[in-house]
Design a protein around this ligand. Structure first.
Ligand SMILES: NC(=O)C1=CN([C@@H]2O[C@H](COP(=O)(O)OP(=O)(O)OC[C@H]3O[C@@H](n4cnc5c(N)ncnc54)[C@H](O)[C@@H]3O)[C@@H](O)[C@H]2O)C=CC1
Ligand SMILES: O=C(O)CCC(=O)C(=O)O
Length: 433
Protein backbone atom coordinates (compact mmCIF):
# COMPACT_ATOMS: atom_id res chain seq x y z
CA UNK A 1 0.00 0.00 0.00
CA UNK A 2 1.57 3.34 -1.03
CA UNK A 3 0.75 6.80 0.38
CA UNK A 4 1.07 9.85 -1.87
CA UNK A 5 0.31 13.56 -1.47
CA UNK A 6 -1.99 15.02 -4.08
CA UNK A 7 -1.58 18.84 -4.09
CA UNK A 8 -4.67 19.30 -6.29
CA UNK A 9 -6.74 18.19 -3.29
CA UNK A 10 -5.67 21.24 -1.24
CA UNK A 11 -7.47 24.58 -1.51
CA UNK A 12 -5.96 27.89 -0.47
CA UNK A 13 -6.82 28.20 3.23
CA UNK A 14 -6.41 31.95 3.18
CA UNK A 15 -8.42 32.86 0.10
CA UNK A 16 -11.18 34.21 2.32
CA UNK A 17 -9.09 36.97 3.88
CA UNK A 18 -9.28 39.19 0.79
CA UNK A 19 -12.12 37.72 -1.26
CA UNK A 20 -12.62 38.89 -4.82
CA UNK A 21 -15.95 40.73 -5.24
CA UNK A 22 -17.27 37.98 -7.53
CA UNK A 23 -16.21 35.04 -5.31
CA UNK A 24 -18.96 33.40 -3.22
CA UNK A 25 -17.72 34.90 0.08
CA UNK A 26 -17.12 38.30 -1.58
CA UNK A 27 -20.66 38.16 -3.02
CA UNK A 28 -22.12 37.31 0.38
CA UNK A 29 -20.20 40.13 2.15
CA UNK A 30 -21.48 42.64 -0.38
CA UNK A 31 -25.05 41.40 0.19
CA UNK A 32 -24.59 41.98 3.93
CA UNK A 33 -23.23 45.50 3.34
CA UNK A 34 -26.33 46.31 1.29
CA UNK A 35 -28.73 45.35 4.09
CA UNK A 36 -27.01 47.20 6.95
CA UNK A 37 -28.82 50.54 6.29
CA UNK A 38 -32.16 48.72 6.88
CA UNK A 39 -31.23 47.06 10.18
CA UNK A 40 -31.71 50.06 12.48
CA UNK A 41 -30.03 49.63 15.86
CA UNK A 42 -29.34 45.95 15.08
CA UNK A 43 -26.70 47.17 12.62
CA UNK A 44 -24.31 47.24 15.56
CA UNK A 45 -24.32 43.43 15.47
CA UNK A 46 -23.79 43.16 11.69
CA UNK A 47 -20.14 42.13 12.02
CA UNK A 48 -21.48 38.85 13.46
CA UNK A 49 -22.81 38.06 9.98
CA UNK A 50 -19.38 38.57 8.42
CA UNK A 51 -17.59 35.94 10.49
CA UNK A 52 -18.26 32.21 10.59
CA UNK A 53 -18.77 30.99 14.14
CA UNK A 54 -16.69 27.89 13.58
CA UNK A 55 -14.85 26.33 10.62
CA UNK A 56 -13.43 22.82 10.65
CA UNK A 57 -10.99 21.53 8.03
CA UNK A 58 -10.50 17.78 8.06
CA UNK A 59 -8.17 15.35 6.34
CA UNK A 60 -10.08 12.41 4.89
CA UNK A 61 -7.68 9.58 4.02
CA UNK A 62 -9.03 6.45 2.33
CA UNK A 63 -7.59 3.33 0.82
CA UNK A 64 -8.56 3.23 -2.87
CA UNK A 65 -9.62 0.05 -4.67
CA UNK A 66 -6.10 -0.27 -6.19
CA UNK A 67 -4.50 -0.28 -2.71
CA UNK A 68 -3.14 3.28 -2.85
CA UNK A 69 -4.05 5.88 -0.20
CA UNK A 70 -5.59 9.22 -1.14
CA UNK A 71 -6.23 12.18 1.11
CA UNK A 72 -9.26 14.40 0.49
CA UNK A 73 -9.81 17.80 2.03
CA UNK A 74 -13.14 18.15 3.86
CA UNK A 75 -14.88 21.07 5.54
CA UNK A 76 -17.76 21.80 7.87
CA UNK A 77 -18.49 25.45 8.61
CA UNK A 78 -21.05 26.62 11.16
CA UNK A 79 -21.68 30.19 10.19
CA UNK A 80 -24.19 31.19 12.85
CA UNK A 81 -25.92 29.36 15.69
CA UNK A 82 -27.91 32.20 17.25
CA UNK A 83 -31.35 30.80 16.33
CA UNK A 84 -30.68 27.08 16.76
CA UNK A 85 -28.47 24.21 15.59
CA UNK A 86 -26.52 24.54 12.35
CA UNK A 87 -28.29 23.29 9.24
CA UNK A 88 -27.08 22.83 5.69
CA UNK A 89 -25.99 20.43 3.00
CA UNK A 90 -22.77 18.65 2.12
CA UNK A 91 -21.27 19.16 -1.34
CA UNK A 92 -18.88 16.82 -3.16
CA UNK A 93 -17.16 18.73 -5.95
CA UNK A 94 -13.56 19.14 -7.18
CA UNK A 95 -13.76 22.96 -6.80
CA UNK A 96 -14.96 23.02 -3.17
CA UNK A 97 -12.90 25.42 -1.01
CA UNK A 98 -13.13 26.69 2.54
CA UNK A 99 -14.17 30.07 1.18
CA UNK A 100 -17.01 28.57 -0.86
CA UNK A 101 -18.28 26.53 2.09
CA UNK A 102 -18.17 29.66 4.29
CA UNK A 103 -20.42 31.48 1.82
CA UNK A 104 -22.77 28.51 1.45
CA UNK A 105 -23.03 28.24 5.25
CA UNK A 106 -23.77 31.97 5.55
CA UNK A 107 -26.52 31.76 2.93
CA UNK A 108 -28.01 28.92 5.04
CA UNK A 109 -28.14 31.24 8.07
CA UNK A 110 -30.06 33.83 6.07
CA UNK A 111 -32.30 31.26 4.35
CA UNK A 112 -33.34 29.46 7.53
CA UNK A 113 -34.24 32.80 9.14
CA UNK A 114 -36.07 33.99 6.02
CA UNK A 115 -38.54 31.10 6.35
CA UNK A 116 -38.37 31.33 10.16
CA UNK A 117 -36.97 27.86 10.85
CA UNK A 118 -35.36 27.41 14.30
CA UNK A 119 -31.90 26.86 12.84
CA UNK A 120 -28.60 28.58 12.31
CA UNK A 121 -26.60 28.06 9.15
CA UNK A 122 -23.93 25.51 8.30
CA UNK A 123 -22.51 23.75 5.26
CA UNK A 124 -19.96 21.09 4.46
CA UNK A 125 -18.06 19.75 1.54
CA UNK A 126 -15.27 17.59 0.25
CA UNK A 127 -12.92 18.64 -2.52
CA UNK A 128 -13.39 15.59 -4.73
CA UNK A 129 -14.86 14.53 -8.04
CA UNK A 130 -17.14 11.75 -6.78
CA UNK A 131 -17.71 10.52 -10.35
CA UNK A 132 -14.08 9.28 -10.28
CA UNK A 133 -14.72 7.07 -7.21
CA UNK A 134 -16.17 3.57 -7.06
CA UNK A 135 -19.23 3.06 -4.85
CA UNK A 136 -16.99 1.44 -2.22
CA UNK A 137 -14.55 4.37 -2.25
CA UNK A 138 -17.46 6.84 -2.05
CA UNK A 139 -18.82 5.03 1.01
CA UNK A 140 -15.40 4.89 2.73
CA UNK A 141 -14.81 8.61 2.08
CA UNK A 142 -18.29 9.54 3.35
CA UNK A 143 -17.91 7.47 6.51
CA UNK A 144 -14.44 8.85 7.29
CA UNK A 145 -15.60 12.42 6.66
CA UNK A 146 -18.58 11.85 9.00
CA UNK A 147 -16.32 10.55 11.75
CA UNK A 148 -13.96 13.53 11.31
CA UNK A 149 -16.74 16.13 11.55
CA UNK A 150 -18.49 14.05 14.25
CA UNK A 151 -17.01 16.34 16.90
CA UNK A 152 -19.25 19.21 15.81
CA UNK A 153 -22.41 17.64 14.27
CA UNK A 154 -25.39 16.04 16.01
CA UNK A 155 -29.20 16.22 16.06
CA UNK A 156 -29.09 19.21 18.44
CA UNK A 157 -25.85 20.73 17.16
CA UNK A 158 -25.58 20.69 13.38
CA UNK A 159 -27.61 18.64 10.91
CA UNK A 160 -26.17 17.97 7.42
CA UNK A 161 -28.28 17.23 4.32
CA UNK A 162 -27.75 16.66 0.56
CA UNK A 163 -26.32 19.28 -1.81
CA UNK A 164 -24.47 19.01 -5.13
CA UNK A 165 -23.42 15.39 -5.84
CA UNK A 166 -24.74 14.04 -2.55
CA UNK A 167 -28.02 12.17 -2.05
CA UNK A 168 -30.11 9.91 0.19
CA UNK A 169 -27.59 7.05 0.09
CA UNK A 170 -24.80 9.34 1.29
CA UNK A 171 -27.07 10.63 4.09
CA UNK A 172 -27.79 6.99 5.07
CA UNK A 173 -24.04 6.29 5.41
CA UNK A 174 -23.59 9.49 7.42
CA UNK A 175 -26.45 8.59 9.75
CA UNK A 176 -25.15 5.05 10.18
CA UNK A 177 -21.56 6.18 10.89
CA UNK A 178 -22.63 8.83 13.40
CA UNK A 179 -24.92 6.28 15.09
CA UNK A 180 -22.13 3.68 15.30
CA UNK A 181 -19.76 6.25 16.79
CA UNK A 182 -22.25 7.43 19.41
CA UNK A 183 -23.79 4.04 20.23
CA UNK A 184 -27.43 4.85 19.42
CA UNK A 185 -29.41 5.21 16.22
CA UNK A 186 -29.67 8.95 15.64
CA UNK A 187 -31.99 9.49 12.70
CA UNK A 188 -32.13 13.24 13.40
CA UNK A 189 -28.41 13.80 12.72
CA UNK A 190 -28.97 14.25 8.97
CA UNK A 191 -31.96 14.98 6.74
CA UNK A 192 -32.64 13.97 3.16
CA UNK A 193 -32.38 10.31 4.24
CA UNK A 194 -34.10 7.39 2.51
CA UNK A 195 -37.71 6.92 3.68
CA UNK A 196 -36.97 3.63 5.51
CA UNK A 197 -34.38 5.39 7.70
CA UNK A 198 -36.58 8.22 8.90
CA UNK A 199 -36.56 10.27 5.71
CA UNK A 200 -39.50 12.45 4.81
CA UNK A 201 -41.87 12.07 1.92
CA UNK A 202 -41.47 15.02 -0.43
CA UNK A 203 -37.85 15.90 0.55
CA UNK A 204 -36.27 14.81 -2.73
CA UNK A 205 -38.36 17.23 -4.78
CA UNK A 206 -38.83 19.88 -2.07
CA UNK A 207 -36.23 22.37 -3.29
CA UNK A 208 -37.57 22.25 -6.84
CA UNK A 209 -41.10 22.58 -5.46
CA UNK A 210 -40.10 25.67 -3.49
CA UNK A 211 -38.57 27.17 -6.63
CA UNK A 212 -41.85 26.50 -8.42
CA UNK A 213 -44.00 27.98 -5.62
CA UNK A 214 -41.98 31.21 -5.40
CA UNK A 215 -41.90 31.34 -9.22
CA UNK A 216 -45.66 30.89 -9.43
CA UNK A 217 -46.22 33.73 -6.93
CA UNK A 218 -43.71 36.06 -8.62
CA UNK A 219 -45.19 35.32 -12.07
CA UNK A 220 -48.67 36.12 -10.77
CA UNK A 221 -47.47 39.49 -9.49
CA UNK A 222 -45.78 40.19 -12.84
CA UNK A 223 -48.91 39.19 -14.79
CA UNK A 224 -46.93 36.40 -16.50
CA UNK A 225 -49.05 33.31 -17.26
CA UNK A 226 -47.23 30.05 -16.56
CA UNK A 227 -49.31 28.27 -19.18
CA UNK A 228 -47.19 28.65 -22.31
CA UNK A 229 -44.33 30.49 -20.53
CA UNK A 230 -40.86 29.70 -21.90
CA UNK A 231 -38.40 28.42 -19.30
CA UNK A 232 -34.61 27.87 -19.48
CA UNK A 233 -32.96 25.76 -16.76
CA UNK A 234 -29.27 25.51 -15.91
CA UNK A 235 -28.57 22.36 -13.88
CA UNK A 236 -30.81 19.38 -14.36
CA UNK A 237 -30.11 17.62 -11.07
CA UNK A 238 -32.22 17.42 -7.96
CA UNK A 239 -33.25 21.09 -7.99
CA UNK A 240 -33.35 22.00 -11.69
CA UNK A 241 -34.94 18.71 -12.78
CA UNK A 242 -37.71 18.84 -10.15
CA UNK A 243 -38.46 22.52 -10.81
CA UNK A 244 -38.60 21.90 -14.58
CA UNK A 245 -41.10 19.06 -14.08
CA UNK A 246 -43.40 21.26 -11.98
CA UNK A 247 -43.26 24.16 -14.44
CA UNK A 248 -44.02 21.76 -17.30
CA UNK A 249 -47.00 20.37 -15.33
CA UNK A 250 -48.27 23.96 -15.00
CA UNK A 251 -48.20 24.30 -18.80
CA UNK A 252 -44.81 26.00 -19.24
CA UNK A 253 -42.44 24.98 -22.05
CA UNK A 254 -38.92 24.06 -20.96
CA UNK A 255 -37.14 25.33 -24.06
CA UNK A 256 -33.51 24.96 -22.91
CA UNK A 257 -31.55 22.93 -20.39
CA UNK A 258 -27.86 23.01 -19.58
CA UNK A 259 -25.73 20.84 -17.33
CA UNK A 260 -22.11 19.68 -17.09
CA UNK A 261 -22.65 17.36 -20.09
CA UNK A 262 -24.06 19.90 -22.56
CA UNK A 263 -26.75 22.41 -23.55
CA UNK A 264 -29.96 21.44 -25.36
CA UNK A 265 -32.74 23.46 -26.97
CA UNK A 266 -36.20 22.72 -28.33
CA UNK A 267 -38.35 25.68 -29.34
CA UNK A 268 -41.56 23.63 -28.87
CA UNK A 269 -40.51 22.54 -25.37
CA UNK A 270 -38.46 19.55 -24.24
CA UNK A 271 -40.41 16.35 -23.64
CA UNK A 272 -39.70 15.80 -19.93
CA UNK A 273 -41.35 12.37 -19.93
CA UNK A 274 -38.38 11.34 -22.11
CA UNK A 275 -35.69 13.69 -20.82
CA UNK A 276 -35.99 12.87 -17.10
CA UNK A 277 -35.40 9.09 -17.51
CA UNK A 278 -32.68 9.85 -20.10
CA UNK A 279 -30.78 12.02 -17.59
CA UNK A 280 -31.19 9.34 -14.91
CA UNK A 281 -29.74 6.71 -17.21
CA UNK A 282 -26.98 8.67 -18.98
CA UNK A 283 -26.03 11.16 -16.23
CA UNK A 284 -26.82 14.40 -18.07
CA UNK A 285 -28.79 16.18 -20.78
CA UNK A 286 -25.97 16.04 -23.39
CA UNK A 287 -26.80 13.86 -26.42
CA UNK A 288 -30.57 13.91 -25.81
CA UNK A 289 -32.21 13.12 -29.17
CA UNK A 290 -35.36 15.21 -28.73
CA UNK A 291 -33.48 18.54 -28.91
CA UNK A 292 -30.79 20.47 -30.76
CA UNK A 293 -27.38 20.77 -29.12
CA UNK A 294 -26.27 24.37 -28.45
CA UNK A 295 -22.95 25.85 -27.44
CA UNK A 296 -22.81 26.59 -23.72
CA UNK A 297 -22.50 30.36 -23.86
CA UNK A 298 -25.60 30.74 -26.11
CA UNK A 299 -27.72 29.40 -23.23
CA UNK A 300 -27.66 32.91 -21.74
CA UNK A 301 -29.15 34.40 -24.94
CA UNK A 302 -32.11 32.00 -25.12
CA UNK A 303 -35.48 33.63 -25.66
CA UNK A 304 -37.19 32.65 -22.39
CA UNK A 305 -39.61 34.29 -19.95
CA UNK A 306 -38.19 32.53 -16.91
CA UNK A 307 -34.55 31.61 -16.26
CA UNK A 308 -33.69 29.12 -13.52
CA UNK A 309 -30.00 28.87 -12.61
CA UNK A 310 -29.87 25.61 -10.62
CA UNK A 311 -26.22 24.55 -10.74
CA UNK A 312 -23.31 26.48 -9.21
CA UNK A 313 -22.33 29.96 -7.94
CA UNK A 314 -21.28 33.00 -9.90
CA UNK A 315 -22.69 31.98 -13.30
CA UNK A 316 -24.66 35.22 -13.85
CA UNK A 317 -21.80 37.64 -14.46
CA UNK A 318 -22.32 41.31 -15.31
CA UNK A 319 -21.72 40.50 -18.97
CA UNK A 320 -24.36 37.74 -19.03
CA UNK A 321 -26.82 39.84 -17.00
CA UNK A 322 -26.83 42.40 -19.80
CA UNK A 323 -27.87 39.69 -22.31
CA UNK A 324 -30.47 37.71 -20.36
CA UNK A 325 -33.91 37.93 -22.04
CA UNK A 326 -36.04 36.53 -19.21
CA UNK A 327 -38.36 38.75 -17.15
CA UNK A 328 -38.00 36.52 -14.13
CA UNK A 329 -34.90 34.81 -12.69
CA UNK A 330 -35.53 32.09 -10.08
CA UNK A 331 -32.35 31.25 -8.17
CA UNK A 332 -32.54 27.50 -7.57
CA UNK A 333 -28.76 27.48 -7.06
CA UNK A 334 -27.02 29.16 -4.15
CA UNK A 335 -25.16 32.33 -5.11
CA UNK A 336 -25.60 32.22 -8.91
CA UNK A 337 -25.66 36.04 -9.36
CA UNK A 338 -22.68 38.29 -8.62
CA UNK A 339 -23.46 41.74 -7.12
CA UNK A 340 -22.68 43.73 -10.29
CA UNK A 341 -25.04 41.46 -12.25
CA UNK A 342 -27.74 41.98 -9.62
CA UNK A 343 -27.58 45.72 -10.26
CA UNK A 344 -27.76 45.28 -14.02
CA UNK A 345 -30.77 42.96 -13.78
CA UNK A 346 -32.52 45.42 -11.43
CA UNK A 347 -31.86 48.33 -13.78
CA UNK A 348 -33.15 46.30 -16.74
CA UNK A 349 -36.37 45.48 -14.87
CA UNK A 350 -35.63 41.75 -14.57
CA UNK A 351 -37.10 40.40 -11.35
CA UNK A 352 -34.77 38.12 -9.37
CA UNK A 353 -36.23 35.83 -6.70
CA UNK A 354 -33.05 35.29 -4.66
CA UNK A 355 -31.65 31.95 -3.55
CA UNK A 356 -32.20 32.69 0.14
CA UNK A 357 -35.96 32.42 -0.36
CA UNK A 358 -36.31 30.75 -3.78
CA UNK A 359 -34.51 27.51 -2.86
CA UNK A 360 -35.61 27.41 0.81
CA UNK A 361 -38.11 24.60 0.10
CA UNK A 362 -35.41 21.97 0.63
CA UNK A 363 -34.38 23.05 4.10
CA UNK A 364 -38.04 23.59 5.03
CA UNK A 365 -38.87 19.95 4.33
CA UNK A 366 -35.59 18.98 6.02
CA UNK A 367 -37.00 20.72 9.08
CA UNK A 368 -40.22 18.69 8.69
CA UNK A 369 -38.08 15.54 8.49
CA UNK A 370 -36.15 16.44 11.66
CA UNK A 371 -39.41 17.16 13.53
CA UNK A 372 -40.91 13.87 12.31
CA UNK A 373 -37.76 11.97 13.42
CA UNK A 374 -37.98 13.44 16.93
CA UNK A 375 -41.67 12.63 17.30
CA UNK A 376 -41.40 9.30 15.41
CA UNK A 377 -44.65 10.24 13.73
CA UNK A 378 -44.66 10.64 9.97
CA UNK A 379 -46.80 12.85 7.77
CA UNK A 380 -48.36 12.18 4.38
CA UNK A 381 -46.80 13.68 1.26
CA UNK A 382 -49.87 15.84 0.85
CA UNK A 383 -49.46 17.29 4.34
CA UNK A 384 -45.81 18.03 3.59
CA UNK A 385 -46.53 19.77 0.30
CA UNK A 386 -49.43 21.84 1.67
CA UNK A 387 -47.35 23.03 4.66
CA UNK A 388 -44.37 23.76 2.41
CA UNK A 389 -46.51 25.80 0.02
CA UNK A 390 -47.93 27.86 2.89
CA UNK A 391 -44.53 28.60 4.48
CA UNK A 392 -43.04 29.67 1.14
CA UNK A 393 -46.02 31.86 0.17
CA UNK A 394 -46.21 33.56 3.60
CA UNK A 395 -42.44 34.17 3.69
CA UNK A 396 -42.41 35.59 0.17
CA UNK A 397 -45.34 37.90 0.96
CA UNK A 398 -43.54 39.33 3.96
CA UNK A 399 -40.37 39.82 1.89
CA UNK A 400 -42.32 41.46 -0.91
CA UNK A 401 -43.95 43.92 1.52
CA UNK A 402 -40.49 44.80 2.87
CA UNK A 403 -39.16 45.34 -0.66
CA UNK A 404 -42.11 47.62 -1.49
CA UNK A 405 -41.75 49.56 1.77
CA UNK A 406 -38.06 50.39 1.29
CA UNK A 407 -38.00 50.24 -2.53
CA UNK A 408 -35.26 47.60 -2.46
CA UNK A 409 -34.66 44.37 -4.35
CA UNK A 410 -36.15 41.08 -3.15
CA UNK A 411 -32.61 39.99 -2.23
CA UNK A 412 -31.97 42.92 0.09
CA UNK A 413 -35.51 42.57 1.45
CA UNK A 414 -34.95 38.88 2.22
CA UNK A 415 -31.70 39.77 3.99
CA UNK A 416 -33.54 42.51 5.90
CA UNK A 417 -36.29 40.16 7.15
CA UNK A 418 -33.82 37.37 7.96
CA UNK A 419 -31.04 39.49 9.50
CA UNK A 420 -33.51 41.23 11.80
CA UNK A 421 -34.46 37.80 13.18
CA UNK A 422 -30.85 36.58 13.42
CA UNK A 423 -29.50 39.71 15.07
CA UNK A 424 -32.44 40.05 17.45
CA UNK A 425 -31.66 36.52 18.64
CA UNK A 426 -27.99 37.48 18.86
CA UNK A 427 -28.78 40.57 20.93
CA UNK A 428 -31.23 38.73 23.22
CA UNK A 429 -28.68 36.01 23.96
CA UNK A 430 -26.19 38.65 25.14
CA UNK A 431 -22.43 38.63 25.09
CA UNK A 432 -21.31 37.62 28.56
CA UNK A 433 -20.57 34.03 29.58
N1 LIG B 1 -30.36 19.65 -3.04
C1 LIG B 1 -30.98 20.58 -2.35
O1 LIG B 1 -31.91 20.30 -1.60
C2 LIG B 1 -30.59 22.02 -2.49
C3 LIG B 1 -29.69 22.46 -3.44
N2 LIG B 1 -29.48 23.79 -3.60
C4 LIG B 1 -28.56 24.30 -4.61
O2 LIG B 1 -29.03 23.95 -5.91
C5 LIG B 1 -27.92 23.80 -6.80
C6 LIG B 1 -28.00 22.44 -7.45
O3 LIG B 1 -27.98 21.44 -6.44
P1 LIG B 1 -28.58 19.97 -6.67
O4 LIG B 1 -29.60 20.01 -7.73
O5 LIG B 1 -28.90 19.44 -5.34
O6 LIG B 1 -27.28 19.22 -7.19
P2 LIG B 1 -27.20 17.96 -8.16
O7 LIG B 1 -25.88 17.37 -7.91
O8 LIG B 1 -28.40 17.11 -8.06
O9 LIG B 1 -27.23 18.66 -9.60
C7 LIG B 1 -26.27 19.60 -9.98
C8 LIG B 1 -26.55 19.96 -11.41
O10 LIG B 1 -25.65 21.01 -11.81
C9 LIG B 1 -25.07 20.64 -13.06
N3 LIG B 1 -23.78 21.28 -13.24
C10 LIG B 1 -22.63 21.03 -12.57
N4 LIG B 1 -21.64 21.77 -13.08
C11 LIG B 1 -22.17 22.50 -14.07
C12 LIG B 1 -21.65 23.44 -15.00
N5 LIG B 1 -20.37 23.80 -14.96
N6 LIG B 1 -22.50 23.99 -15.91
C13 LIG B 1 -23.79 23.65 -15.95
N7 LIG B 1 -24.35 22.75 -15.10
C14 LIG B 1 -23.54 22.18 -14.19
C15 LIG B 1 -24.96 19.15 -12.97
O11 LIG B 1 -24.77 18.59 -14.27
C16 LIG B 1 -26.32 18.80 -12.38
O12 LIG B 1 -27.32 18.80 -13.37
C17 LIG B 1 -26.67 24.05 -5.93
O13 LIG B 1 -26.33 25.41 -6.01
C18 LIG B 1 -27.17 23.73 -4.53
O14 LIG B 1 -26.40 24.35 -3.54
C19 LIG B 1 -30.15 24.73 -2.86
C20 LIG B 1 -31.04 24.33 -1.91
C21 LIG B 1 -31.25 22.96 -1.58
O1 LIG C 1 -31.90 20.57 3.60
C1 LIG C 1 -31.02 21.15 4.19
O2 LIG C 1 -30.82 21.04 5.37
C2 LIG C 1 -30.08 22.10 3.50
C3 LIG C 1 -30.21 22.20 2.02
C4 LIG C 1 -29.12 23.09 1.52
O3 LIG C 1 -27.97 22.76 1.61
C5 LIG C 1 -29.46 24.39 0.96
O4 LIG C 1 -30.57 24.87 1.15
O5 LIG C 1 -28.58 24.99 0.31
Amino acid sequence: MSAKTDPTQLSSFLSYVTPSPTSPWGTYLSQVDRVIPYLGHLGKWAETLKRPKRALIVDVPIEMDDGSVRHFEGFRVQHNLSRGPGKGGVRYHPDVTLEEVMALSAWMTVKCAAVNLPYGGAKGGIRVDPKQLSQKELEKMTRRYTSEIGIIIGPQRDIPAPDVNTNGQIMAWMMDTYSQNTGATATGVVTGKPIHLGGSLGRVKATGRGVFVTGREAARRLGLALDGARVAVQGFGNVGGSAAELFAQAGAKIVAAQDHTGTIYNDKGLDLAELVPYVKQVGGVGGFKGAEAMDGESFWDVNADILIPAALEGVISAERAARIKARLVLEGANGPTVPAADDILRDRGVLVVPDVICNAGGVTVSYFEWVQDFSSFFWTEDEINVRLDKIMVDALRRIWDTADLHKITLRTATFAVACERILTAREERGLYP
